[in-house]
Design a protein. Structure first.
Length: 364
């Protein structure tokens, strides 16, 4: 335990450096720092340095990395460095998706994170089977009631639910863009991640007479052959009768891309480790862009702010897309409803209050 002079010092434990991209763990960590200015935080930062510093308060602890992505080397460094820092801070706030290495990590919890208090925010669960061998690190926080229920059933006990927050100043309302409509899919090259469903649904809408441009923003995961995966998506689009699609990797200016978008289409069969409420979905709603989702239980908190189709139902998804693109009044209604939902349910005040309460409980 740290000395009394450092009371309230918090280690934000993520799987890689702060500047590692737009992963849910680092985005959640950034949200916590922004919303809790009275706390002093430690976090993992990229070395050699790259881009602007991650946070204005506290201190970044360097992790050697080639590209900032949490490969095996970065994860091992995070575990080793974190095991030292955990004993020099008052609270460890782990922000970790439950993936393949989590069951072992959870069994080594005391050796890695010490005996002090731990809060574990779970952005998502890659595979429910992993919960069989997993243990809680401490107080557990889920982003949705659906995942909270799964964690409780797996023996995680009292699991709190704190939805993510969207900085509304960074994601202001934008009027609908002029010109040819743009439909955006933003996700990963996961087998059930929704890219193929999105292309098939777009093809359905195209055959119904809707005219627009499809853009896919696809971030690769460590170890994936992104070039081959993109070639496969283009071939599938051609098979579906689409003349061409735009595929981008990492998008440095996501606000600009969403401002140019008319509809966000995200129909995964499973989230596969993505955040229960993907940030891009909330960012699109904040910008005033209607969203079409598959009807996964994690999305229940969005209510009638989005349109949902049964999981894997490409025909129904295409029908909803056609309606949005051909009915301006429906588009406008959903755009305004989405913004209002983000302001009411995903603003900073409730997020700050809930985490401040958790911190006070842990440090009592």
């Amino acid at each position: 335990m740290a000395s009394g002079s450092a009371r309230g010092r918090v280690l934000l434990f993520t799987s890689g450096p702060w500047e590692g991209g737009a992963g849910a763990d680092t985005q959640l960590a950034a949200s916590i720092v922004d919303c809790m200015p009275e706390r002093e935080f430690l976090w993992f930062t990229r070395w050699p340095p790259h881009g602007p510093p991650g946070a204005a308060r506290g201190r970044g602890v360097p992790i050697v990395t080639r590209d900032g992505v949490p490969h095996v080397s970065e994860r091992l460094q995070a575990a080793l460095v974190g095991s030292v820092l955990a004993r020099r801070t008052d609270l460890v706030h782990a922000i970790l998706t439950i993936g393949g290495t989590y069951p072992l990590f959870s069994r080594l919890r005391r050796g890695l994170l010490g005996g002090g208090p731990v809060i574990h925010t779970v952005p998502g669960v890659m595979d429910l089977g992993l919960l069989d061998g997993a243990r809680p690190l401490g107080t557990t926080v889920a982003l949705s009631e659906a995942t909270a229920g799964q964690l409780r059933a797996a023996g995680f006990g009292d699991v709190r639910v704190v939805p993510p927050v969207i900085p509304l100043d960074r994601w202001p309302w934008r009027s609908r863009a002029l010109g040819a409509p743009v439909v955006l899919f933003a996700g990963h090259h996961d087998p059930r991640g929704g890219a193929h469903e999105a292309i098939a649904a777009v093809a359905q809408a195209h055959r119904r007479g809707a005219r627009f441009r499809l853009v896919l923003a696809m971030r690769g995961r460590p170890g994936q052959n992104v070039r081959a995966l993109e070639a496969g998506l283009r071939a599938f689009a051609t098979q579906q009768g689409l003349a061409g699609i735009d595929i981008h990797g990492h998008v440095p200016d996501m606000p600009a891309l969403l401002a140019a978008t008319d509809v966000l289409l995200f129909p995964p069969r499973s989230l596969g480790g993505k955040a229960d409420l993907p940030f891009v979905v909330l960012e699109a709603l904040a910008t005033g862009r209607p969203v079409i989702l598959s009807d996964l239980p994690q999305f229940a908190a969005l209510g009638d702010a989005v349109l949902r189709a049964p999981v894997g139902d490409r025909l129904r998804t295409g029908e909803l897309l056609t309606r949005l693109l051909t009915q301006p009044q429906l588009w406008e209604m959903l755009a305004r409803r989405g913004r209002a939902t983000v302001e009411k349910r995903f603003g900073p005040d409730c997020f700050r209050a809930q985490y401040e309460r958790l911190y006070q409980e842990a440090l009592a």
